[in-house]
Design a protein around this ligand. Structure first.
Ligand SMILES: *[C@@H]1O[C@H](CO)[C@@H](O)[C@H](O)[C@H]1NC(C)=O
Ligand SMILES: *[C@@H]1O[C@H](CO)[C@@H](O)[C@H](O)[C@H]1NC(C)=O
Ligand SMILES: *[C@@H]1O[C@H](CO)[C@@H](O)[C@H](O)[C@H]1NC(C)=O
Length: 453
């Protein structure tokens, strides 16, 4: 009986299958199907690429390089031996053969290195390029835009990161730990312009605010000594570098006082703008003034007794001194500095930090140097290092001296040359926002890129 039932069920099953077997579900998709095969190929290629650039390959490279490194000094030694001991006879002939042999070996190494390098480089970069193209094609199938959104998110996150890091720098001086490395060189002039007043004002200063207000990130400032080549009473501003060059100042002047010289007048060319405030030696005073461009107020701080002022402690070269350069204000990554000299320092350069955060500016840490101020034509500070220049010729100025404020080490062999465009540099300042040196002299504005490494 059971058997009969099972048999019945079995036949039922077969019939059911015969009837229903033809049922086909038709799925229509408006989109073209996702090319899984293509994705597979790209995945395989990526894997291959990973294999191509592997530690072994790099190791091979390193081995070849170190072999070269060992052989080159040997070759040098052999050549110098030959030079010393050449008797023109047997010894010379044998030594030459040894050298030839070594050179052939080195050539082989070089060829091999070149092959390894170019093979690796060509094939891999070509493959990466192809893969990029293929992935871009595959992105079309990202109909729900998931990948695209993810990418945007990553980009936004990175920008946000940069933004938060950029606007909250670590407090205090960057001294020594320079984010750009060591100052190696200064390029040829990047900008050279007579600006808005060609030939009119020999002395002045210009540059960018290292800590600009929001919306003023691209602004430039200019201070020209309009009265007797000594005094000024305003800051002129430009919204871009090109408007400075073309001489179009839409923001115009920000006045400290209606005329000069009077209380709080700017005295001397070596001024800087920092956080929307101008720092300068104020008229007829042993003091640094800070003019707040927003509040239009001036605060000041006295320099130590004995500091030379009123054109008694100037920058000089052999033939002349630059008038009213007693106090050289400077900016770098960490803030504002002032360079001056005092009677007790016997005319040597003194460097002090200027703390500008408080109600009134104050002097911070001070460093004393062994370099005589009259042997120096100007100074600037970059990454916590003081640099001093001297006059070489009307075309060349040399950065010859440095003082590292972290280690206290002084150097007199910096040996970096600046190509001048106008005979003299009366003010020189470093801009940490773009690592440029801004120079002003003989009514010309010139800038140079600082090369770090
Ligand atoms: C390096 O290899 C490339 C091609 O593989 C060749 O064109 C080039 O001349 C080689 N360079 C040297 C210095 O052997
Ligand atoms: C420094 O830069 C100048 C100007 O670009 C260049 O002529 C000089 O060779 C450079 N010096 C070094 C040591 O790189
Ligand atoms: C300048 O004045 C403004 C407005 O009073 C103030 O917010 C700002 O902190 C001042 N800047 C300096 C450097 O004192």
């Amino acid at each position: 009986m059971y058997l009969a039932m099972i048999l019945q069920l079995f036949t039922l099953h077969i019939i059911f299958h015969q009837v229903v077997g033809s049922c086909v579900c038709e799925l229509t998709n408006a989109e073209s199907p996702f090319p899984h095969d293509k994705l597979n190929i790209v995945e395989k290629e990526a894997l291959q690429c990973n294999k191509d650039i592997n530690p072994q390959k790099i190791q091979e490279f390193d081995t070849l390089l170190s072999a070269l490194e060992r052989r080159l000094p040997r070759l040098v030694a052999e050549v110098s031996d030959l030079e010393k001991e050449n008797d023109g006879e047997l010894y010379g002939a044998i030594a030459l053969q040894v050298i030839e042999n070594d050179m052939a070996e080195i050539q082989q190494l070089l060829n091999k290195l070149n092959d390894t390098h170019s093979g690796l480089h060509l094939s891999t970069s070509q493959k990466l390029q192809d893969m990029k193209g293929q992935l871009q094609q595959l992105e079309v199938f990202d109909t729900t835009q998931t990948v695209k959104r993810q990418k945007t998110n990553i980009r936004l996150k990175r920008d946000l990161d940069q933004c938060t890091h950029g606007s909250h720098p670590t407090p205090g001086p960057v001294q020594g730990a320079c984010p750009h490395g060591q100052l190696l060189n200064v390029t040829s002039p990047r900008v050279h312009t007579a600006g808005e007043y060609p030939g009119s004002y020999k002395y002045g200063a210009w540059g960018r605010d290292p800590k600009p207000a929001v919306g003023k990130e691209k602004w430039y400032w200019l201070v020209i000594l309009t009265s007797s080549n000594v005094y000024s009473h305003y800051v002129r501003r430009y919204t871009t570098l090109s408007s400075l060059i073309l001489g179009v100042s839409t923001p115009g002047n920000v006045l400290i006082s209606p005329s000069n010289p009077t209380t709080n007048t700017i005295q001397g060319p070596n001024v800087v703008l920092y956080r929307e405030a101008l720092y300068y030696n104020c008229y007829n005073r042993l003091a640094i003034c800070r003019f707040n461009l927003t509040a239009k107020t001036v605060q000041s701080t006295e320099l130590p007794k004995g500091t030379r002022f009123n054109s008694k402690g100037n920058f000089c070269h052999l033939e002349a001194c630059y008038p009213y350069t007693d106090m050289d204000l400077a900016t770098d990554e960490s803030g504002v500095w002032v360079v001056y000299t005092t009677a007790q320092d016997l005319g040597n350069l003194v460097l002090s930090q200027v703390e500008g955060e408080g109600e009134e500016p104050t002097l911070g840490t001070t460093w004393r140097t062994s370099v005589y101020k009259t042997a120096v034509t100007n100074t600037f500070v970059a990454c916590g290092v003081l640099y001093a220049t001297r006059y070489i010729s009307k075309d060349v100025e040399e950065i010859f001296y440095s003082l590292d404020t972290v280690t206290g080490v002084e150097r007199y062999d910096v040996g970096i040359y600046i190509a001048k465009m106008a005979g003299h540099i009366y003010s020189l300042n470093y801009s940490p926002v773009d690592q440029m040196l801004h120079a002003y002299g003989e009514a010309f504005m010139t800038s140079y890129k600082v090369v770090f490494g």
